[in-house]
Each structure stands twice: as C-alpha cells, then as structure tokens.
Design a protein around this ligand. Structure first.
Ligand code: MGD
Ligand code: MGD
Ligand code: SF4
Ligand code: MO
Length: 705
C-alpha cells in the first residue's frame, strides 16, 4: 500500500504486544489497518520494532480471533458453545454474580489478569468496585512487584537505569535479565542496545551464557536460585575492601554498620560452593561495579522466582546505593512521574472486606501495608476455590490470563477452576483456560483500543497513547466490558467513563487524551539528584540499608541467604533421582508467555517447545540434537525438543514456558504435553513477605523419549 495514498490515514499509537512502549504508526484505509510500522519519532524505539511488534497486523487479523461472546452449552471443559449477544452474556454473568453474592458474600468473586497489559490497573479497580478483596495475577508475587515494593521500602521509589545520554552508564550489570530479548517494563531493549554503543563494561549473572554474557568483562554463571548468596558476597567484598563511596553512604544511607555486620559472614569464599561461581570472579564483579561507575543495574524476574525473593531483591538493590551514583546521569535514577494518579478506588472497598484479602495477614509486602498495589496471594485464592478455606471463592473473572499455562502446577489450577460456579474469561483467542469458562468474551487487541501508558512503569518519564484504529467483529476493550458490568450491577463509580479517566490521568501533560493521541509521545525533561531537595521518601529520609519499614512489618530488616526449598543442597535425597537444576521461561523473541503460537510468522521462529541441555549432559543420556526429551520433576513430566548448547551450565536444564498447540483440535490443545508448569509447584513454603513460590532452581531429570 502506497504511504502517500490519500485514502490512507496514519494514526500514532503504541505497540503493546508486550508490556509496551514502542511508538508505532498505524496506516488505516477505510475500516482496515493496512500497515503497522515503528514511529521514527518514538522516543524509546526510534522507529524500531521487535519480531512481535512487526507481526502485529497478523494478530489483529488472525482468523483464530474470538469475535463474539460465547456461552457454554456442554459440561465444563467439554468445548461446546453457542454464540451469544453481548447483552445476553452480560446478563448471564450478572445473574451468576448476584447468586454468588447471596450465598457466599462479596468475597465469593475474585478478579484475575496476567502481566502488565493496557488494562492492568483496571483489574484491582474492578475488584474494589465489586466489593471483593481478591484480585491478582501470576506475576504479582513472582514478577516486578517484589522489586517495586522493595524499592519503595528501601529507596522510597522505584529506580531505573538512565539511558538519556547526557552521560551513558560506564558499567551495565544484567542480573537474571536478558532485555535484548525480553525488553520489559519500560521498553528498554532498544535503549540498552543504544547504550552498548558507548562501550560500557558488562557484568552478567545468568546460568546461561547469553549474547550479552559473551560480550561481558565478567560473566557469573551461577546455580539458579542462589542470587541471594551471590549478592550478599558482592556486598561483603565491596564493604571489606572499603571501595564504597564513604561520603555518600554516610550522608544518604541508614544502617550501614548493621549491614556491614550482617554481611561479614557472607564472603565470596563462602558463596563459591553455594553459587558455583569462583570467589575470584565474585570479587572481580564487585571491583568492576565500583570502578566503572556510573552503573546501571538491569535486573529481571529470574531473581523473583524463589521463596527468598524479598531478601534476594533487597540484597541486589543495595549494590547501587554503595556507589553513590543514585539519580545521576548514566546511573540508577528516579522517574519524573508525568501522569496523574489512577483511580484504583481502594476507598470503596469496606474495611471488613479488605481484611478478608487472602494472604494479607501473612504476606504483608504482597498484600498489606508494604505493597504499592496490594494483591491477593493467588495460591491461597486457588485453595479457597478447592476447599472453601477460609471461605469459598465461587466466581472468577479473568481479563487476559491463560491461567492453565502460567501459574505453577497446571493440574492444581485446573482442579481449582473446575470447582467454580462462574468462570468468565475475556481473551483474544480460545485458550485452554477459556475452554473451562461459562462465558467467553472477545476483547480488542492493542490497535483497537484507547489507553495511556507511562513508561517506564512507576517512573513515567514518557507518556504515550494508544488509539483505536479499527473495530474487529464485536470485540470490546477490557475497560469497556468492566464498565458495562459495573453499570449493570450498579456498583460504586459505575458512571465513570473511560475517556474521562484517561483525561484525568494525562492532565499533567496539559493535554486531553485526544490531544495527546494526536500529538504523540511526550518526554519530560529530566531533573537529577532530586533527593538533595527533600531526601528519600522513606521513614528516615535516607536509603534504608537497614529497612525500618520491613522491621515494622515484622520481617528481617537486613538481607540474608536462604537455600531454595527444592535444590541439590536442601533435598539431596530428591537430587539422587532428579539430579539437574531446572530453570524455566527464559524469554524467546517470538512469543509472549502462552501467546502467539497461532500466528504463522512468529510460529515459524519456534515451531516446537525446546529444552536447552549442555552437550556433555545430553551425551550422558544418549540425547542428540532435535530428539524429543522427557523432562520430569517430582510433580510430573513433559516433552520438549533438545537443543544442545555449550552456553548452558552442564548441571542446569532450561525449558521454555507457556506451551500449548492452538492448531490441535482436542480440548486442552495439547497443553498437558509440553507446558513447563506441569513441573512446577505452588504449594508452600512461600516467601514470608511476598508469598512467592519457586519457579526456577527446581530439581529435574531428563531422558530421551
Ligand atoms: N518476547 C518476550 N518478551 C517478554 C516476555 C515474553 O514472554 N516474551 N515476558 C515479559 C515478562 S512478563 C517478563 S517478567 C520479562 C522477563 O524478562 P527477563 O527479566 O529478561 O527474564 P527472563 O528472560 O525470564 O530470564 C532472564 C535470564 O535469567 C536467566 N536465569 C534463569 N534462572 C536464573 C536464576 O536463577 N538466576 C539468574 N541470575 N538468572 C537466571 C535466564 O537464563 C535468562 O537468560 O519479559 C517480558 N518480555
Ligand atoms: N514456568 C514459568 N511460568 C511463568 C513464568 C516463567 O518464567 N516460568 N513467568 C511468569 C511471569 S513473569 C508472568 S508475568 C506470567 C505471565 O502470565 P500471563 O500474562 O497471564 O500470560 P498468559 O498466560 O500467556 O496469558 C495471557 C493471555 O491474555 C490474552 N491477552 C493478551 N492481550 C489481552 C488483552 O488486552 N486483554 C485480554 N482480556 N486478554 C489479552 C492472551 O491471548 C493470553 O491468552 O507468567 C508467569 N509464569
Ligand atoms: S518490544 Fe514490545 S512494544 Fe516494542 S515492538 Fe516489541 S512487542 Fe512491541
Ligand atoms: Mo512477568
């Protein structure tokens, strides 16, 4: 299609095939998008798109899209449906909700979603409006929010690496994070790529030798699940050789002496047998981190997939504080917070309901006073579906989560969902989770809806709009569905309109939503060293190396090491049968969790699920490249195809996550066959503050099929 064609309109929008942030141009001819391209004026991507962004048009026009509501006719999970009008679907849902309210109370309904998509904030808002304390997603305790909450407690705010360019980072430390592939939470992949051009030193901490690890000055190939030990040993090395910034530490941090006392025991030599990383390399990393400042810490969700999440995140978060390069060009910075507050409506949830939030009494950094966005403890929500303890959850409204593939222990998730009186799933496609629903609702994909996104999350330096370019079938954007349900149920604030809320959120830009959408992204000028005016937003006004807030919440104010509950060290008995350490879900460029396997171009990039094995390890089991391999854990077995790679530690096995086969006709679409969460576990022990379960660093064995 000719770009100059007069009948083609070009709308500015923002890609959200992932968490989002890449500016795009949508070329629209009549009622059809004919082309999607990166916007050269996009402040984060400068015209570039990743493979998923490039394939957005295939998503919009996929013949597999749900285009009208469906109501179940057969038994739950049988796959029998009939088409329904929106009116009938809404009425059916509202009737069931009212019946559950009458019998089980408002807490009988829970609301769920997945990772940070356009409607992320609207889910806890809807829960508050419904009078239920329970909402959450598979990432809340396992992804990003441990970092957000710990940063709030320790620094008073979330910090981001500064790539604006006044000065580029001298050292980049990638900790359990591979942003060139995953690009999460602030569209950082392209920015990292640009930062590399300035030639920073690199430190990479990963059990797999990624492309970044191959470029790194120091690569620490650790045992999955032992990041806490490694971070404590780096703190020990920095403090022991007195290489930290003494004047900054004295003026701007709280509790240094007690931290020094705590980490004295955690020497690099102590950490070596635990982490599998030589002490000399730990010291080299600590030395480089100090010497090559300003430093950018890029940390990912791998550090949040163990039951010692909070103390792991805490220990790592303290490394930048010791350098003094906080809120300086090329360092770890606080955002400019350019959007107005979102109306989560916690005030409409009665206090007696709030107290019933599942997990709030125990996991106070996830659900209670220590949390920026309080969430329920999802394993406890599933348990309440199965057992009625401490009360029944009978209705579950899911807006964008293929729960059967992304929560740990898929079998247990299915067992829980099968007990519900009402399961509603709003999605783009008929997923295995939709198949268990009573009502399935078709939703709009990102080029079909209006929204605002402030990037990076909780920093909001760049304010971007998405705007609706086309209508597909009868699809509606999630926020519109939620608003209509609220109106029919006569919930508080049900008259609030999507566009009024968007206008309020973007008000600090001086524009209305419509004006912002037409104008394109706004990037706020950066002000550095903001803390020099008002200190840090913590009780002591300083960076709390010793956390008074954690102490107040009843947790250890100083970081410590804890061996994962399932590991060769804590369970040598199990390790005799399951000798390898399993890690799951390192991101691949073509899929987003369980998404996009029905899109032909992306699927060509990964036709089948793959397990990564070191060649020596494979040889021991007679496994050759391309063989089907059975991977087993104490929970179950799955099959994936072998990729042999000398880049993975010989004692570590890596499985892709999110696998199902949309092309298969049978119910479940093969989701029991290769889905990594058949191997994981959502039973206790959990992180005492965050309720996190173990997704990485578990035990497994392999054999040729
Ligand atoms: N294409 C694509 N992009 C995505 C996603 C997707 O599904 N697909 N998902 C999005 C979401 S929700 C998230 S949270 C982010 C996650 O993205 P990242 O934070 O980058 O996390 P991962 O890619 O899961 O893992 C990063 C690295 O951690 C390593 N690793 C595995 N176990 C451990 C461990 O125990 N310790 C350490 N130190 N490293 C370990 C892996 O080998 C991998 O190289 O990606 C987002 N972006
Ligand atoms: N084993 C293992 N499990 C993991 C991880 C891992 O590394 N290993 N990573 C975990 C992490 S970090 C996260 S964040 C979670 C992510 O988990 P989720 O974000 O829940 O990902 P999915 O399960 O793929 O569910 C996404 C569903 O939402 C639908 N969808 C996409 N966009 C929209 C939309 O705008 N509206 C609606 N209503 N639906 C939409 C998709 O079609 C898809 O079916 O997974 C976690 N699970
Ligand atoms: S990185 Fe995310 S926002 Fe950017 S093009 Fe890829 S999917 Fe879209
Ligand atoms: Mo995530």
């Amino acid at each position: 299609m000719n770009q100059m064609d007069a009948s083609v309109r070009v709308l500015k929008s923002t890609c959200r095939m992932c968490h989002g942030g890449c500016s795009t141009l949508l070329h629209v001819n009549g009622d059809r998008i004919v082309r999607i391209e990166g916007d050269p004026d996009g402040p984060l991507n400068h015209g570039r798109l990743c493979p998923m962004g490039h394939d957005a048009l295939e998503l919009v026009y996929s013949p597999a899209r749900l285009t009208h509501p469906l109501v179940r006719t057969g038994a739950r999970g049988e796959g029998k449906w009939r088409r329904a009008s929106w009116d009938e679907a809404y009425e059916r849902i509202c009737e069931s909700i009212r019946a559950i309210w009458d019998r089980y109370g408002r807490e009988g309904i829970a609301v769920g979603t997945g990772t940070g998509r356009h409607h992320m904030h609207w889910v806890p808002r809807l829960a508050n409006m419904l009078g239920t304390p329970n909402s959450g997603n598979p990432g809340m305790a396992q992804c990003f929010f441990p970092r957000v909450n710990i940063m709030n407690l320790t620094y008073g705010q979330f910090a981001w690496s500064d790539y604006r360019g006044e000065r580029m980072p001298g050292v980049l430390m990638f900790w359990g994070h591979n942003p060139l592939t995953s690009s999460p939470d602030g569209e950082i992949g392209f920015q990292v790529l640009d930062a590399l051009k300035a030639g920073p030193k690199l430190i990479v901490i990963d059990p797999r030798k990624t492309w970044l690890a191959k470029q790194a000055e120091v690569f620490l190939q650790l045992r999955p699940g032992t990041d806490d030990a490694l971070a404590l040993a780096m703190l020990n090395a920095i403090i022991a050789d007195r290489s930290y910034d003494k004047s900054f530490v004295e003026k701007w941090t709280y509790g240094f002496d007690r931290l020094a006392e705590r980490v004295r025991q955690y020497t690099p030599e102590w950490a070596e047998p635990i982490t599998w990383v030589p002490a000399s390399k730990i010291r080299a990393a600590a030395r480089l981190w100090i010497d090559a400042q300003p430093g950018a810490l890029e940390w990912g969700c791998a550090i949040e997939h163990t039951p010692n999440t909070i103390q792991t995140v805490r220990a790592i978060s303290l490394l930048p504080a010791l350098t003094g390069n906080i809120d300086v060009p090329g360092g770890w910075c606080f955002g400019m917070r350019g959007v107005g507050p979102f109306p989560f409506l916690p005030e409409v949830l009665p206090e007696e309901q709030r107290k019933k939030r599942l997990g709030a009494d125990k996991y106070r950094v996830l659900s209670g006073a220590g949390s920026r966005v309080p969430s329920s403890h999802m394993p406890s929500v599933f348990k309440s579906m199965r057992t009625g303890e401490p009360y029944w959850t009978k209705g579950f409204l899911i807006f964008g989560n293929n729960a059967l593939t992304t929560y740990a222990d898929s079998r247990l998730v299915r067992e829980s969902l099968m007990k519900l009186d009402l399961l509603v799933v709003a999605d783009l496609f008929m997923t295995p989770t939709c198949e268990l629903a009573d009502v399935v609702l078709p939703v709009a994909a990102w080029p079909e809806l209006d929204q605002v996104v402030g990037m990076p999350y909780f920093g909001e330096d760049v304010i971007l709009a998405q705007q609706k370019a086309v209508q597909i079938g009868e699809c509606k954007q999630d926020e519109v569905v939620m608003t209509e349900l609220a109106r029919r149920l006569d919930l508080p604030h049900c008259e609030d309109d999507l566009h009024e809320i968007l206008d309020r959120v973007v008000a600090p830009t001086g524009m209305s939503f419509k004006e912002l959408a037409a104008h394109g992204p706004v990037r706020l000028p950066m002000k550095y060293r903001k803390y020099e005016e008002n200190g840090f937003a913590t009780p002591t006004g300083k960076i709390e190396l010793y956390s008074t807030r954690l102490e107040e919440l009843g947790y250890d104010p100083l970081p410590y090491y804890q061996e994962p509950p399932e590991s060769p060290v804590s369970r040598p008995d199990l390790a005799e049968v399951f000798p390898y350490v399993l890690t799951t879900g390192a991101r691949i460029p073509v899929f987003y969790h369980s998404e996009f396997r029905q899109l032909p171009k992306l699927r060509r990039g990964a036709r089948e699920p793959r397990v990564e094995i070191h060649p020596q390890t494979a040889a021991k089991h007679g496994i050759a490249r391309g063989d089907w391999v059975v991977i087993s854990s104490p929970r179950g077995s799955i099959r994936q195809r072998a990729v042999l790679s000398a880049d993975i530690h010989p004692n570590v096995i890596h499985c892709e996550h999110g696998w199902w086969f949309p092309e298969r006709e049978e119910p479940g679409h093969g989701m029991w066959e290769s889905n990594a969460n058949m191997l994981t576990d959502q039973s206790p022990p959990y992180d005492p503050a965050m309720g996190t379960y173990q997704l990485r660093g578990l035990l497994c064995r392999i054999e040729r099929e």
